[in-house]
Design a protein around this ligand. Structure first.
Ligand SMILES: N[C@@H](CCC(=O)N[C@@H](CS)C(=O)NCC(=O)O)C(=O)O
Length: 291
């Protein structure tokens, strides 16, 4: 039951530019560019414009997995888009993604733009022929979970994460509602992973790659500082799956790309070459600039 009602919506909503929330300076009720600026271009076939949020990590993990398999055509330049500074609203970025959200990919071989992380993973899986089973039934199961994730994660990020971690005040009603949903979703995954090693069955697929940055990070206690609140220890099958995926070298590399927080040795702001993981993490760059 609601304890008090403090807000009565007006007849017509109007935009209050600073509502005090953490994302107040970037959120807008209109689309399109705010400024003219071309995107940078590197030398590789694939150009990625992103940030290491869970949606961003999906793509860098996928690209590192493809490179791990020896697919040299998956070499990529990863440029940093600082969404807190509004770089997703540049004219160059909006040309790639009219929705102004990272990640966005340009395949320079074909001139194809790809936006929406699920579409990017499907594109890369089809282009290189990996991580999407050929057999129709297993492929469909992988796509079931891929679309499940794309539909479910906004309740976790925009719902639970927003109200638990970012909203200007803690409000019981939305926190309850979205905690309930986040826990229900973890239970869905936990049950699926009781008898299946991976989401689509025996094979590691794009369904696992899109899901790990959200629910893998969450169940390992790495998202929203909410491990104890959500009692993540109790989802034992989901944790087993999350730990197994975290141990993959491509996942460890992919989660570092375009990362701007955490340990400096795990932040690779831009990735243009495989050697960057050894040579260009922020700890090394900052040490070199001190010398
Ligand atoms: N459905 C989109 C969601 C992408 C998304 O929400 N990106 C966020 C970061 S995780 C973003 O760019 N936010 C910037 C903004 O909203 O202005 C996808 O899967 O690619």
């Amino acid at each position: 039951m609601l304890k008090e009602v403090s807000y009565v919506p007006p007849k017509v909503w109007t935009w209050e530019v600073d509502n005090g929330g953490e994302w107040a300076s970037v959120n807008r009720p209109i689309s399109g560019p705010t400024h003219d600026k071309e995107l940078s271009r590197g030398k590789h076939p694939l150009q990625l414009y992103s940030l290491a949020t869970p949606n961003g990590q999906k793509v860098t993990i996928m690209l590192e997995e493809l490179l791990e398999l020896g697919e040299s055509g998956a070499e990529y330049d990863a440029f940093l888009i600082r969404i807190g500074k509004g770089e997703q609203f540049s004219s160059g970025f909006v040309e790639l993604n009219p929705n102004s959200k990272i990640p966005a990919l340009l395949d320079t071989e074909t001139g194809t733009r790809v936006f929406e992380s699920g579409a990017i993973l499907l594109y890369l899986a089809e282009k290189f022929g990996h991580f999407l089973p050929k057999d129709l039934a297993t492929r469909t199961e992988a796509l079931n979970w891929l679309f499940w994730l794309q539909g479910s994660a906004p309740y976790l990020g925009g719902g639970f994460g927003h109200f638990y971690a970012y909203a200007p005040e803690k409000m019981e009603y939305p926190i309850d509602r979205f905690t309930m949903e986040a826990k229900r979703q973890m239970d869905v995954l936990d049950k699926r992973l009781t008898e299946n090693r991976y989401l689509a069955g025996d094979e590691y697929t794009i369904a696992d790659i899109v899901t790990w940055p959200w629910y893998g990070n969450l169940v390992l206690g790495n998202l929203y500082d909410a491990g104890e609140f959500l009692d993540v220890e109790s989802y034992t099958n989901l944790r087993r799956w999350a730990e197994e995926i975290l141990s993959r070298p491509a996942v460890q590399r992919g989660r570092m790309v375009n990362k701007t927080s955490g340990a400096l040795s795990e932040q690779l702001h831009e990735r243009h070459d495989a050697s960057d993981f050894e040579l260009r993490t922020q700890d090394k760059l900052e040490q070199a600039s001190d010398d």
